[in-house]
Design a binder for this molecule. Structure first.
Ligand code: NI
Length: 153
């Protein structure tokens, strides 16, 4: 496994739509394993493949006790609303309020090519929507209705 470089805002790779994964092979497993290491090291909640420069429809979310690997994900159902402060590993030192669904159902494949569905709420639902947007080439900053600044100490 290897830590990969996290691409930062301004890099055109973050503005592109990602392609579906067609082969569930060792290369995909390597990508996901590397993304997990990279996310842990960066102390983030979620990471999408374009953030490590790979234009494939893959993201991961850290649920605390385990990580979800979402290959070719779809958000099939949403409900409710939440407005919270959001940030992104690719957009350092910028945070802002974004309104997202409070609950969502994520349908995706794991690395082995097995399809699953999972219901997510609150931070996890927010994270799934944020990571999904990365696969569409969109950053959270376009949804922010109010940026916040934190005092530096
Ligand atoms: Ni992000």
């Amino acid at each position: 496994m290897a830590i990969r470089n996290i691409v930062k805002d301004g890099d055109p790779v973050l503005a592109k739509r990602c392609r579906p994964v067609e082969q569930f092979d060792a290369r995909l497993e390597q990508l996901v394993a590397d993304m997990k290491e990279t996310l842990k090291k960066a102390n983030g909640v979620g990471l999408a493949a374009p953030q490590v420069g790979v234009l494939k429809r893959v993201f991961i979310i850290d649920l605390g006790d385990r990580m979800i690997e979402a290959i070719n994900p779809e958000i099939v159902k949403t409900s409710g609303k939440q407005r919270e402060v959001e940030g992104c590993l690719s957009v350092p030192n910028r945070w802002g309020y974004v309104t997202r669904p409070k609950h969502c159902t994520l349908r995706a494949y794991n690395c082995k090519g097995e399809q699953y569905e999972i219901k997510l709420s609150n931070l996890e639902a927010r994270c799934a929507c944020h990571e999904y947007d990365h696969l569409e080439g969109q950053l959270f900053t376009r949804l922010v209705d109010e940026f916040v600044t934190f005092e530096k100490e």
